[in-house]
Design a protein around this ligand. Structure first.
Ligand code: DX5
Ligand code: ZN
Length: 221
């Protein structure tokens, strides 16, 4: 099943609860939460207290994208805050296998993320420990950037490798995804779509979510 994970990075933070209810009512499955530390990426966003607060307003699956150095330090804190899926960056962790095991020990879903300049093959040793592989299609740190087209080849490569090796995991893509290019990303083999500005910066947030799901319904898989 194809799922949408709206990224709250582009939401109006003064009306966060209201924005979240809108995407939930429109049928979005996941909520993508971007955590930045100003070191791994050149920006700072939101953190643990915000996640705790919004946990009280929705039952959506929290898809937490940790753009922080040494994420292993904070896994329990994000579990306690209400994360369901915890995505760590391959480039940021000094102990990837240990981090994934720690996420699993809390019965949460594991995610591993790679930047546009990281080869997809670097993920292969970890795939059997993953519930989700997240491929960045922009350099992380900011919403509203343009999709890097060469990502499509990486998605295809990963999707082929996953099916050839009978692995079961979601393939998520994040950055620059719009109603115009989402079909290419689905055709390449992704099944979880992150979208920030295309949803929260649009005039009608609920309509934007529904338009994505209309495309998903007509997609091949
Ligand atoms: C960027 C974040 C993304 C961002 C996507 O570092 O990881 O999740 O919010 O925003 P759009 O969809 O606007 O590219
Ligand atoms: Zn993200």
């Amino acid at each position: 099943m194809i799922k949408l994970s709206p990224s709250i990075l582009s939401a109006d933070f003064a009306a966060l609860g209201d924005n979240i209810r809108k995407v939930e009512n429109a049928g979005a499955h996941y909520l993508h939460i971007d955590v930045m530390d100003g070191i791994f990426v050149p920006n700072i966003s939101l953190g643990i207290p915000v996640i705790k607060s919004i946990r009280n307003v929705t039952d959506m699956t929290f898809d937490v994208h940790l753009m922080i150095t040494k994420p292993e330090r904070y896994i329990k804190a994000f579990v306690d805050a209400g994360a369901d899926i915890i995505n760590i960056h391959l480039e940021a962790s000094e102990d990837i296998k240990g981090s994934l095991a720690s996420i699993k020990s809390f019965n949460k879903r594991t995610g591993l993320t790679i930047n546009p300049n990281t080869k997809v093959e670097e993920m292969y040793p970890y795939l059997e420990n993953l519930d989700l592989a997240l491929i960045m299609s922009v350099n992380p740190g900011f919403g509203g950037q343009s999709f890097i087209t060469s990502t499509l080849k990486k998605i295809e490569k990963l999707a082929n490798y996953v099916s050839k090796n009978n692995l079961v995991l979601d393939i998520e893509v994040d950055g620059g995804i719009t109603l115009e290019n989402v079909n290419d990303i689905l055709n390449a083999g992704a099944n979880v779509i992150v979208s920030g500005s295309s949803i929260f910066s649009s005039q009608d947030i609920e309509e934007a979510v529904k338009s994505f799901y209309d495309i998903f319904k007509n997609a091949k898989k």
